[in-house]
Each structure stands twice: as structure tokens, then as C-alpha cells.
Design a protein around this ligand. Structure first.
Ligand code: BJW
Length: 250
């Protein structure tokens, strides 16, 4: 067993889940790390350890140098298309059928939760496999993906960009509204594989806690939310979540 997997904690969470009717889960890059998708803020391996977000993940960066930003995303898109969901994703897909409502909210843009079988995933930061117009926001054909230059939009005013949410941009209104509703009304809330540093997503576990939910954090490292969590599992999600499913089924 993983050294940080405390059986009593797993048992307590499983007991709470047996009583729960409404469950909400917020995931971040750590959940996809075991599939081989790099996180953002992990030292050495995180994307922001090698690249500056202000050069690549803002609308201003794209406006300054569209081909550079487009190519960086094209490489990441191709890498994401090659990877598969890991045991953490599969465990979350198993969890969704057990409750009256189960809301999976992700900051990840890789589409791996849907690939694992989760339905109605709320994608707060968009999806790297999709493109849209930089000006009119109309969805664009994925056939444009392999171009070195961002292809023009049919509106004639601008070019394609990845359909992700950059710093300084508003999150899709329906997505953040649904996520906030779930955080306000759930019995149990999980915050998994996120550094809880990027807002407004980072507010969600705090909202759930204030509204009386039992809040569980799964992360090998501490985050700003850790002192507020009811339970903390200090282990990779691909280890902790299957163990939790086994405890629920046992
Ligand atoms: C494991 C593991 C394993 C490793 N198992 N765990 C309030 C206060 C201060 C600032 C702000 C604020 N409100 C807004 C802001 C500004 C800004 C912000 O939050 N800045 C902070 C960084 C200070 N927010 C925004 O700009 C947002 N927009 C906005 O607020 O708009 C307002 C507006 C309204 C109306 C009109 C206009 C504007 C937008 C945020 C967009 C974030 N975009 C990115 C890039 C997406 C595209 C791409 O992929 O390139 O989203 S940034 C990046 O961070 C990405 C992620 O989704 C996001 C969160 O990161 P995440 O998932 O937490 O990953 P990491 O790497 O940080 O953490 C990984 C964790 O996993 C670690 O803890 C590890 O320990 C753990 N881990 N292995 C489990 N195996």
C-alpha cells in the first residue's frame, strides 16, 4: 500500500460517501499527471517551470505572436491525443453512478475524464482539442489543427486559437455557474490534483466548506486549501481513488 494511504481516513470518507446524495469533484492537472500530461506548477516537471505563462497563455501573448502560441498548443494537443486515462480517471467514472447527483468539474483541458466515461464534465478552462476564432469565438474545424500558422476564420476578421481559457479571460459562464451551484449544494466535495492557486476555480472547495460539505483533498503536496480540508489523502490520485472505490465496494 502507498505509505501515505491511511486506512482509517479512507474508511471515514467511504462512510460519508455511503450517506451522501450530492457529490461534487474538482480536478486539476495532477489527476492527469499519471497519464503523462505535465502539470503547470510542479517544480522541474511543470509547464511553468520551462515556459512563462505571460508568453503563451494570455490573449496578449497570442496577439503578439500567433504562430509561436499556436505551435506550442499544437504540440501539446498532439501529446494529449496520444495519452489514455489512468486509474484515477477510471475510478471517478465508476463513482459517478453511485449518487443522486455527481458533478465532475475539471480545470483540465485534455478531455481525459470524458475518455474515461464521465458524462456531463464541466470544463472550466476549455478543451485543448477544440479551436475557435480569436475574434468571433465561432468553433472552428479540427482539420485546421496541423497548420504551422493559425488558419483564418471564415468571418474574415481573425484566425483560429485554441479553445482554452487564458489568464485574464472570463471562464465560460454556464460552466462556472454550474460549478458554483454544485459546490454550494453538495454533501461531499473532493479537490483532487490541483494546487488551488488559480481563481475562480480555487474558490470552489472554500465555497463547499462554507456551505457545510465534507471536503476531501487528494494531493501528494500541501495546497492553500489543505488547512481547511476535513480529510487529506497525501497520495497520487491514481492510487488513492481506486483504493476509495475498493473501500466503498467492500
Ligand atoms: C498530483 C499528482 C498526482 C501532482 N495525483 N495530485 C483572485 C485572486 C488573485 C488572482 C485572481 C483572482 N481572480 C482571478 C485572478 C487572476 C487569475 C488567477 O487566478 N491568477 C492566479 C495564478 C494568481 N485568473 C484568471 O485570469 C482567470 N480568469 C478570470 O478570473 O477572469 C476574470 C474576468 C471576468 C470577466 C471578464 C474578463 C475576466 C482565468 C484562469 C485561466 C487559467 N488558465 C490555465 C491555462 C489553460 C490553458 C492551457 O492548458 O494552456 O489553466 S493556467 C493553468 O492553471 C491551467 C490550469 O487549469 C490552472 C490550474 O492549475 P492546476 O490544475 O491546479 O495545476 P498545478 O500544476 O497548479 O497543480 C497540480 C497539482 O497536482 C499540484 O498541487 C501537485 O502537487 C498535484 N499533483 N501529481 C494528485 N499524481
Amino acid at each position: 500500500m502507498h505509505p501515505d494511504l491511511d486506512t482509517a481516513t479512507i474508511h471515514d470518507i467511504a462512510t460519508a460517501l455511503r450517506r451522501a446524495r450530492h457529490v461534487a469533484v474538482l480536478t486539476g492537472a495532477g489527476v492527469s499527471a499519471e497519464s503523462g500530461v505535465p502539470t503547470f506548477r510542479d517544480a522541474q516537471t511543470g509547464l511553468w517551470a520551462k515556459f512563462r505563462p505571460e508568453d503563451l497563455a494570455t490573449p496578449e501573448a497570442f496577439a503578439r505572436n500567433p504562430p509561436m502560441v499556436w505551435q506550442w498548443y499544437a504540440e501539446r494537443r498532439e501529446a494529449v491525443a496520444r495519452v489514455a486515462p489512468n486509474p484515477g480517471h477510471h475510478a471517478l467514472a465508476k463513482l459517478q453512478v453511485r449518487f443522486e447527483t455527481f458533478t465532475l468539474i475539471t480545470q483540465n483541458v485534455d478531455g481525459l475524464h470524458a475518455k474515461a466515461g464521465n458524462r456531463n464534465v464541466i470544463e472550466l478552462h476549455g478543451n485543448i482539442l477544440k479551436t475557435k476564432c480569436f475574434e468571433c469565438n465561432a468553433p472552428q474545424s479540427p482539420a485546421a489543427d496541423h497548420a504551422i500558422q493559425p488558419p483564418p476564420c471564415s468571418c474574415g476578421k481573425s484566425v483560429c486559437r485554441p479553445d482554452v481559457v487564458w489568464f485574464g479571460e472570463a471562464l465560460p459562464a454556464k460552466a462556472i455557474d454550474a460549478a458554483q451551484r454544485a459546490a454550494r449544494s453538495c454533501d461531499v466535495f473532493f479537490s483532487i490534483g490541483t494546487s488551488t492557486q488559480v481563481y475562480p476555480a480555487a474558490e470552489l472547495p472554500f465555497t463547499a466548506k462554507q456551505r457545510g460539505a465534507l471536503v476531501v483533498e487528494i494531493n501528494p503536496d500541501a495546497t492553500p486549501f489543505t488547512p481547511h480540508a476535513d480529510h487529506v489523502i497525501r497520495a497520487p490520485s491514481g492510487v488513492a481513488l481506486p483504493r476509495l472505490i475498493a473501500a466503498l465496494e467492500g
